[in-house]
Structure formats: C-alpha cells, structure tokens
Ligand binder design. Structure first.
Ligand code: KE4
Length: 443
C-alpha cells in the first residue's frame, strides 16, 4: 500500500505562533498542545459527522470527538436545529428555564441512582461540588481517589502519589497547597486490597471514594470483575459515599452509564461531556436526601452564572434524544468492535505488540512492550512505549486520522463513524504499523 505524501500544516503552524503569544501554550486546555507526541497542533476550521477539516484543508476522521461529547457527530442536524431554535429565544437569562427541568428529567430517568441533580459548567465543577457535598453529608474531610484517574483540576484532585500510594497526596501542580492535598488519599485502581488498607488506616474519617467506574484518563482501563461491587460494599460498611465520576462514561458506555452496565448504585454521580452535546456543561446528582443539602435547599454552597444555560440544555437534550433511539448503542457497539478487531488483526499481522482495552465506544490501543501484555492499572499503562505511540500518532495524522495526542487518552467512536470510515482507519493503521516496523529496522 502506497505511503501517503506528507501533508502541509503551514496555516496551523502560523496560527499556533499567534495563539502562543496570547494563551499559555497556545491552547485552552493542555492536552491540545501535543506535549506528549510533539509537533504542532492542527487548528480546526470546521467539522461535520465524523470528519474534521484543518486550516490547511486537510481532512481527518476524528476519534477525539472533543474528548467525548460529540457522540452524535459534528454539526449533527438535530442538535443544530435545537440550538438554532434556542438561540432565537436568547442565550442566557440567569433565571430558571424548562429546558433545565427537561434535561434533568431525562438524566434522572436514565440513571436510577439519580433522583435529583444540579447543573454546572464542566466536569471539574461537577466533581469539585460532589466532593464538597460528600464532606458536608458525612462531616468527614478525607477523600480517596485512584492513581491514574482524573477528575478535573480542582485543588483536591491534583495530587500524586508520595513515597507509597497510601500516603496523603502531594500536590501534582504548583499552586496547590499541601494543606489541601493531605486530605486526599491515593489508592491503586483495580486493587481492592489497596482500598481496604486505606479504610483500615483512616477508619471513620473517609467522606468519599471518587472513581472513574471505567478509567479513561490513563487510557481506557475497565474495572476488574467484582472490583466496583467490592468498593460499594466497603463504602457502605464504612458509611463512606461512593462517587462515580461518569463525566466520560455517562451516556457513552450505555444509556444507563457505567452504573447500569455494572449494576452498581453509587451515592453520587458526576456527569459532563455527552450531556451537553458539545456545549459547556456538567452535573452532579444522587438521592433527594443528599442533593437537598445543596444550596438553596440546604447549606452546601455551590453556584454558577451560566449553569443550566439554555443552549447547553438544548444541545444536551437533542443528543440524548438521538441516543435514546434503540439502534444507537447497537450501532456504536458494532462500529467500535469492528475498529478494535481490525486494529488487533493488523497489529498481529505486523507483529506490533498492542493491547486494546474497550468498553462500548471508548477504547485505547496500548503500545505494550511485549505481545500478550495487558493493561489493568496505571503502572501497566505507564510501562507502555509512549515514544512509539507518538510516532504512530503522527503517521496516522498524515493518513488523515485524528487521534488523541497521548497514549493515556481514550479514542471515541461516534454514531457517524460508518463502515467506510472504520475501514479507512484500519487500512491507515496497517500502513502506520508497517512504517513503524521499517523505522525500527533502520534504527
Ligand atoms: P472538564 O472540567 O474538562 O469538563 O472535565 C474534567 C473531567 C472529569 N472527569 C473525567 C472522568 C474526565 O475525563 C474529565 C475531563 N477529561 C479530559 C480528557 N482526558 C478532558 C480533556 C482536557 O482536559 O482538555
């Protein structure tokens, strides 16, 4: 198969120079700057369906999907029509609207553990507020999180393991006080003994465990069998709240989220991404008893100028209407399975060691060091050949396939990825694997 001629990125390069004069790293969120893969980020001109077009006119099949929200595809007709209708009536009022009640109702109907919820403007706000609520509800300060899980950039979530995982967290960013991160305990994902040790060491002091029920921020790492149910039992026994951070998995891995897929009832659920259909949104919810502790019903303060804004409500509702169609998740599953199987076959034929983790339409092909290795936690993920992933990323970019610029992110398949797009991606991956092998030979 002929290699693709190198693409021109001249306009993106010029745009990046300008952007870097005005914004840190030239981007509005760090991952977009390609630090993990090198090179210049492509600037997007427009998008439609599963396709992106950059400033140089290069076209791509998109597996970033804005890191999850665009499950119904870019410029989806139904979403755009709902937005056009909403915009015609104004953009934001600072007053309640029926759109908030409608989207809250749709979410509560899909997630049995959510009787009541509050809209915010990002996943970070959702998890930050859920943690505050858990601390208020339990009267405890300690929060437990897993190494490798990401819950947004609130101070108490920006912690890294100290000497051992069970130590109090140490800040993973300058500007985050130790006085805050010392209330965050780190455990290993998929390791129930690690959680049990934390509970034994801090008995009666843990307000909540917050977890991605399917990890997506170390790359996709599914929960081991019984892991989530064992966490549930541990929390119940310890009068600790279980917070499912479903910002990525909510309405992504199924209509009832990861909590439906694994049949676990968390005490609080955090949402974002898909429920806004591409507009800024987040939400946190749980039982009425818990949620009525939140201001103004209760004393736990949390607020937001644009929370529940009519445009995000309209885009979110239109997206959930599309997903509610019975065929939607069947199609997502079929296409995602086709992609995963195709990549696995091509990796096998080219003898590229690849471990593909997938739950529904979120997946990560990990460039493991040896064939047969699996990725079940953060240590496994960080063992992977990130330099090889970086080369693969650029080879695929040149093939017209836009992947997340980091080994530790999820790829997202959407409803607009048709058989042709999946087939094109698999063929491009084969060419990229062949080139990786050629590069290895000439090294
Ligand atoms: P936002 O504040 O970015 O809306 O959500 C934070 C968040 C919370 N919880 C989970 C499970 C998440 O995946 C995220 C955000 N995910 C990243 C992707 N790894 C967003 C991309 C970015 O940071 O630009």
């Amino acid at each position: 198969m002929a290699d693709q001629p190198p693409r021109s990125f001249a306009n993106s390069e010029a745009a990046y120079l300008k952007a870097r004069q005005l914004m840190p790293g030239g981007v509005s969120s760090p991952v977009r700057a390609y630090k993990a893969v090198g090179g210049t980020p492509i600037f997007i001109k427009e998008a439609s369906g599963c396709n992106l077009t950059d400033l140089d006119g290069n076209k791509y099949i998109d597996y970033v999907a804005s890191y999850g929200p665009l499950i119904a595809g870019h410029a989806n007709e139904q979403v755009e029509a709902a937005l056009a209708k909403a915009i015609g009536r104004g953009t934001s009022f600072g007053a309640p609207t029926e759109g908030e009640t409608a989207l809250a109702g749709a979410i509560a109907a899909a997630l049995p553990s959510v009787e009541m919820l509050r809209f915010v403007n990002s996943g970070t706000e959702a998890t930050m507020s859920a943690v505050r609520l858990a601390r208020a509800a339990t009267g405890r300060d300690l929060i437990v999180k897993c190494i490798g899980c990401y819950h947004g950039h609130a101070d108490s979530m920006l912690v890294q393991a100290g000497s051992g995982a069970l130590t109090m967290g140490t800040p993973s960013s300058p500007g985050v006080p130790q006085s805050i991160t010392q209330n965050t305990i780190l455990i290993h994902y998929n390791d129930i003994d690690s959680a049990k040790e934390a509970f034994a060491k801090h008995e009666g002091q843990i307000a909540a465990i917050i977890i991605e029920p399917v990890a997506g921020n170390m790359g996709v790492v599914p929960p081991r069998a019984d892991y989530l149910s064992q966490l549930r039992e541990l929390c119940t026994a310890g009068a600790t709240l279980l917070i499912f951070d479903e910002v990525m998995t909510g309405f992504r891995v199924g209509w009832n989220g990861a909590q439906g897929l694994y049949n676990i009832q968390p005490d609080l659920t955090c949402l974002g991404k898909v429920i806004g259909g591409g507009l800024p949104v987040g939400a946190y919810g749980g039982s009425r008893k818990l949620m009525e502790l939140v201001s103004p019903a209760g004393a736990v303060y949390q607020a937001g100028t644009l929370s529940g804004n009519p445009l995000a409500m309209a885009a979110g509702l239109a997206t959930l209407d599309i997903l509610k169609e019975p065929a939607s998740y069947t199609r997502l599953e079929e296409r995602s399975q086709q992609l995963a199987n195709g990549l696995a076959n091509e990796a096998k034929e080219t003898r590229i060691p690849l471990a593909i983790n997938r739950v529904g339409s979120m997946l990560t092909p990990f460039f493991v060091r040896k064939a047969g290795q699996s990725v079940n936690n953060y240590a496994d993920a960080t063992e992977c050949d990130t330099e090889r992933y970086a080369r693969f990323f650029h080879l695929m970019l040149n093939e017209g396939i836009f992947l997340p610029p980091s080994q530790f992110e999820a790829w997202f398949v959407g409803l607009e990825h048709d058989e042709e797009a999946i087939g094109q991606t698999i063929r491009a991956a084969r060419r990229a694997f062949d080139l990786l092998n050629k590069q290895a030979e000439t090294k």
